[in-house]
Design a protein around this ligand. Sequence first.
Ligand SMILES: *Cc1c(COP(=O)(O)O)cnc(C)c1O
Length: 380
Amino acid sequence: MAAHRAEEPIYVTRPSLPPLEAYAERLETAWSARWLTNRGALHEELEAKLAKRLDAPYLSLFCNGTIALLTALKAADIHDGEIITTPFTFPATVHALHWNGVRPVFADIDPATSNLDPAAVERLITPATRAILAVHVYGQPCDVDAFDSIAKRHGLVVMYDAAHTFGVALRGKPAAAYGDYSVLSFHATKLYTTGEGGALISQSAAQHERIGFLRNFGIANEEEVIGAGINGKMSEFHAALGLLQLETVDQEIASRRAISKRYRELLSGIPGITLHAIGEDVYHNGAYFPIRIDAGLYGLDRNQLYDALKPFNIHTRKYFYPLCSHYPGYCELPSAAPACLPVAERVAEEILCLPIFGSLEMDRVESICTLLRALPKAIA
Ligand SMILES: *Cc1c(COP(=O)(O)O)cnc(C)c1O
């Protein structure tokens, strides 16, 4: 088994980057204009190109996805009441509600996709409910039709945390373009990255204009502030990287899809390992490669497998464990009771995300799979 030990640590992800000289070249515009932020030329170019790429009616760049989420709530004028969301997500999703004075209400998830379950959402709607905030977990789109119809019937806003969806299409349309508001993250761990960065997609020119003001302290012009805005601007340094990344992102997605396919071939049929379902109407981006471990069938539980891979220099991640409903400040909420969230509780105990990134060599993928097959016997 020692033969499987990777020389260099293999982490769950690794950003692909352009040559440093190309980055310096891209920054020339900003340098010569001495224009570093506040809708510089690179920012405007990236905003337009991303709107086109993501088929977004309106897109606003942000300094990160979390501030974009906070601003989405402000744009929708939601600052009290309840929003129904998932416990199976990154902390930012739920914190964005708390920071806007909104009480999160946790609904359970669908065991096949790990996305928010529309039927569970509908059962939790009360007169205090203002919106649904769903997450396209691992880039797998939510049941957008069901959320649309629930929202219409109850007069709610639909927001998506689309942080994982760059390059994903549902029925040929970019997944990030669904919903009243949709938020992307371009953090270093995401498949399309600007280092730190994000975007908020909205549906009308009026909303877009308001988001532009909110992103810049609420400043509408030199003498007018429209409300409590924030500093959510993306700088020219990040936009320059974003423009270069846009040129190679399709290659990155293609490599990840090939790695995903290989993982699927090699891991199917291992007792106790379940692969995540991807819908037939979905073009996936390979942003993550989650597996679920049934300890009874596999022979090791998720935590034992996570620990057992480390000595081989394979560093997986327990996305998303613990559930947001377990954090201090949220765990006291009635909807956070583990008995109310049986699927999420189980998935959080079983989930493990394997390394996936464009430059991960196929023989590494193969040796990770060999390990996954051999470890239960080796340890038993
Ligand atoms: C990364 C991520 C965020 C946060 O985005 P930042 O750009 O890091 O602020 C929000 N939600 C989900 C699901 C994420 O994975």
